[in-house]
Design a protein around this ligand. Structure first.
Ligand code: S3P
Length: 171
């Protein structure tokens, strides 16, 4: 709003599988503005894909690049901005999000496991328990998403269009 800092019209946060990228694209069309995504910004800056960055440079370096990408996007972008699922792990990023119109796309563990393709009927190939892994991620991050968000939309039972409509209504 007018009292907040200049910046994106809306910022989407949430775990992998919450539909941030899809919903951000719908929102951008609905609102007639551009969409920017910090994962894409980091990929462009490094000339590498995200999985490659994790393998070649490591997660810590990815988080540094991501923090820079978020800061730059908050300063430069006036449309819809979607963040990588782990961006809120940075205390600096959480502080920089303050005053921005942030929407948290939430979902339950079973839906997250299904949407991310972590579910498997081949336990010997899973390496870890996907349900426990996703649950641990949710437990650690949900408080952080809530800390930065002004709006929370439970996406479990909603289409991307329905989620986008709720965000527009809440803006
Ligand atoms: C991550 C989520 C990914 C990407 C990276 C790390 C995370 O983004 O930034 O693989 O830690 O949750 P999406 O949430 O768009 O999948």
């Amino acid at each position: 709003g007018p009292a907040g800092p200049a910046g994106p019209l809306v910022v989407l946060v949430g775990p992998p599988g919450s539909g941030k990228t899809t919903v951000a694209r719908r929102l951008a069309v609905l609102l007639g503005v551009a969409h920017r995504d910090t994962d894409a910004d980091v990929e462009r800056a490094t000339g590498r894909g995200i999985p490659e960055i994790f393998v070649d440079l490591g997660e810590a370096e990815f988080r540094r690049l991501e923090r820079d990408a978020v800061r730059r996007a908050l300063a430069e972008h006036r449309g819809v901005l979607s963040l990588g699922g782990g961006a809120v792990l940075s205390e600096q990023t959480r502080a920089e999000l303050r005053g921005h119109p942030v929407a948290f796309l939430s979902l339950s563990m079973p839906v997250g496991v299904r949407r991310t393709g972590m579910a498997t009927n081949r336990p010997l190939l899973a390496g870890v328990n996907p349900r426990a892994t996703y649950k641990t991620l949710l437990d650690a991050r949900v408080p952080l998403y809530r800390e930065v968000a002004a709006v929370e939309v439970d996406t479990d039972e909603l289409s991307a269009d329905e989620v986008a409509a709720r965000i527009v209504a809440a803006l």
